[in-house]
Design a protein around this ligand. Sequence first.
Ligand code: HEC
Length: 193
Amino acid sequence: MMTWVMPVYAGSDVEHAKYLVESRKVAQAFMQTLGGALKNQLAGGAESAIGVCKQIAPALAAEYSQNGRTVKRVSLKVCNTVQGTPDAWEKTVLENFDAEQQQGKSAAEMEVTKVTSTADGRAFCYMKAIPAQPMCLQCHGQSADISAGVKALLSKEYPLDQAVGYRAGQIRGAISISYRLADEAPNNLAVTQ
Ligand code: HEC
């Protein structure tokens, strides 16, 4: 009788749970850091806070994207069309989040995961809904919520901005995290006999 130690491969429940826990932590840390910076900056006026979104958000995303992990924010109505446009799966998830919210589900609880094959190999993907808070409406709200100065600056910096018209509580977008995974277990491994 021979016994191999069973390696843990992505796709197994253990590995899946590990990446889920990790994704939740990263999402929370990212959103807290960004939210804190935004709040500080908004104290000096929404116009000056546009810089936070323009510089800090992509810089933070880059900082959190390391060791095979990618972190970004996506939305069905983007401000930054380059960084914020969802891929096909992300778009479907965002549409489902909106549909679920209309059925009364709380946005705070919305998250999904998948394990998928990509051109670069297998990946674990995680998305979590981002609800709009009242402070977000200064840039993403109804026309009456947004000052003339902010409107002018947004249309100058983001001429394609669609991320307006939100009300507090609506889903503004999602944080989307993915991990590149080790290859699938070859058939001759992971056996105890
Ligand atoms: C001061 C204006 C301002 C405020 C307030 C603001 N945002 Fe933004 N938001 C922006 C700008 C500008 C971008 C584009 C940033 C970039 O270039 O990546 C952006 C991008 C985003 C994105 C990425 C997707 C996209 O549309 O490009 C999300 C999600 C988002 N904001 C959510 C929020 C949430 C949630 C809040 C409140 C907690 C908030 N924003 C508050 C200006 C603002």
